[in-house]
Design a protein around this ligand. Structure first.
Ligand code: F6P
Length: 359
C-alpha cells in the first residue's frame, strides 16, 4: 500500500482542486484503488505541524475539477503566523517530521508557490519523500514556463481591462488597473497585452512618471480621449529602484502613499490635467473556477506527480518546459524566483505594438 499525504500552502489559486483530483485519480488508476491511501492535510504546513489530517476516499475527489479555492484549506507563512499566536516554542520541523511518521506516509505532495517550495526542500533535506507542484497566479516559480492559476488570473484581469475600456471612453478618463503578481510582472504583462493596455508598468522595468505622463498626453493629443494603464502591484519608479525595500516602504509611508497605483493616478491628474481613476480587482484574480487551460495544466501536473510517485522519484517539483511536462530537482529551484527579463520577447512584442513601459 502507498500512503500519500497532500497539502496546499500559501495563497490559493484556481486549479488547486483540479491538481489534487489529477493526482488522486491517476494514483488510483495506475496503482489500483486498493493500493492507495490518500491523507489530506488541512491548511498547509500548519496542518502538518499540528497533525490535522483526514483520510480521503475516492469520492472526495469527485466533482472538484471546476471548483475554485482548495478543498484542503491553506494558510500563509506558518512560521510567522505561529509567532503571532504565541505558539513559537513549537519545533515546527520536528513536528512536521513527526506527523509524516505518525501518519505513516510514504510521500508528501506540496502544492504551492516559492515559499512552499523552500519548506519542501527543507523537508526533503530532512529525509522526507517530497514532490512539489507549482501553483500561483504570479507565474514566478523558477524552472517552469507556467504555473497553474496563472492563465485563469490573466483571463480575469483581461476581462477587467476590457470593461475599463468602455467606461474610460465614456468619461474621457485615464483608468489604472492594479494587478497582483507580488514582485513579478508576468500577470500584468500578459493581461496588459491581452486587454489592450496603452501603458504597462511592472517591477522589472522601473518607470519614470514624466515618461508615463508623456505617453498619456501623446495619446490624448492624437485624439484618443482615454488611456488604460495596467499597473503591477509591486512596481516602483526609477528613484525607488535604487533603494532597498525597507527604505522605499518607509518613504512611501512618510509621504502617505498607500500604493504605487494611487500615487501614479494622482501624478497623472496633476501633471496632465486629465481625470484618472484606480481599479483594484485584488483577490478576484485568485477566485472562482479555473479556465480550461488551467484545468488541462493542473490535470497534467497532477498526473505527472502520480507518475513520479509510481516511480518513487522524490525531491522533485513538477514543471512545464517548452511544451513538455517534466520535473526539476527541488535543490535546483527552491529559493529562486523567476522574473520578467526586460529583454523578454513578450516585452519586445508589447514595445513593437507601441505599448509604453514608462521607461
Ligand atoms: O502570491 C499570490 C498573491 O496573490 C500575490 O499576487 C499577492 O501579492 C499576494 O498573493 C496577496 O497575498 P494575500 O492573499 O495574503 O493578501
Amino acid at each position: 500500500k502507498r500512503r500519500i499525504g497532500i497539502l496546499t500552502s500559501g495563497g490559493d489559486c484556481p486549479g488547486l482542486n483540479a491538481t489534487i483530483r489529477g493526482v488522486a485519480k491517476a494514483c488510483y488508476e495506475m496503482l489500483g484503488t486498493e493500493n492507495v491511501e490518500i491523507v489530506g492535510i488541512s491548511d498547509g504546513y500548519y496542518g502538518l505541524i499540528h497533525n490535522i489530517c483526514k483520510e480521503m476516499s475516492p469520492d472526495d475527489f469527485s466533482g472538484i475539477l471546476t471548483r475554485g479555492g482548495t478543498i484542503l484549506g491553506t494558510k500563509r507563512q506558518p512560521f510567522k503566523m505561529m509567532k503571532v499566536i504565541g505558539d513559537d516554542n513549537v519545533d515546527k520541523v520536528k513536528n512536521m517530521k513527526k506527523t509524516y511518521q505518525d501518519q505513516k506516509l510514504d510521500c508528501l505532495l506540496t502544492l504551492g508557490g516559492n515559499g512552499t517550495h523552500k519548506t519542501s526542500k527543507l523537508l526533503a533535506d530532512e529525509g522526507l519523500n517530497v514532490i512539489g507542484l507549482p501553483k500561483t497566479i504570479d507565474n514566478d516559480i523558477f524552472g517552469t514556463d507556467v504555473t497553474f492559476g496563472f492563465h485563469t488570473a490573466v483571463d480575469i484581469a483581461t476581462d477587467a481591462l476590457d470593461r475599463l475600456h468602455t467606461t474610460a471612453n465614456s468619461h474621457s478618463r485615464i483608468l489604472l488597473c492594479e494587478i497582483m503578481g507580488n514582485k513579478a510582472g508576468w500577470l500584468t504583462l500578459s493581461a496588459g497585452i491581452a486587454g489592450g493596455a496603452d501603458i504597462i508598468l511592472i517591477p522589472e522595468i522601473p518607470y519614470d512618471i514624466d515618461k508615463v505622463c508623456k505617453s498619456v498626453q501623446k495619446r490624448s493629443e492624437s485624439g484618443k480621449n482615454f488611456s488604460i494603464v495596467a499597473v503591477a502591484e509591486g512596481c516602483f519608479d526609477k528613484e525607488e529602484a535604487k533603494m532597498k525595500k525597507k527604505e522605499r516602504t518607509r518613504l512611501r509611508q512618510e509621504a502617505g502613499i498607500t500604493t504605487a497605483t494611487n500615487r501614479i493616478a494622482a501624478q497623472i491628474q496633476q501633471k496632465t490635467g486629465l481625470e484618472a481613476r484606480v481599479c483594484v480587482p485584488g483577490h478576484m484574480l485568485r477566485g472562482g473556477s479555473p479556465s480550461a487551460y488551467d484545468r488541462v495544466l493542473a490535470t497534467q501536473f497532477g498526473v505527472y506527480a502520480a507518475e513520479l510517485i509510481r516511480e518513487e522519484h522524490y525531491g522533485m517539483s513538477v514543471a512545464k518546459v517548452g511544451g513538455t511536462i517534466t520535473a526539476n530537482k527541488l535543490d535546483d529551484i527552491a529559493g529562486k524566483t523567476k522574473f520578467v527579463s526586460p529583454d523578454d520577447q513578450l516585452v519586445q512584442t508589447a514595445r513593437n505594438l507601441g505599448i509604453s513601459f514608462g521607461d
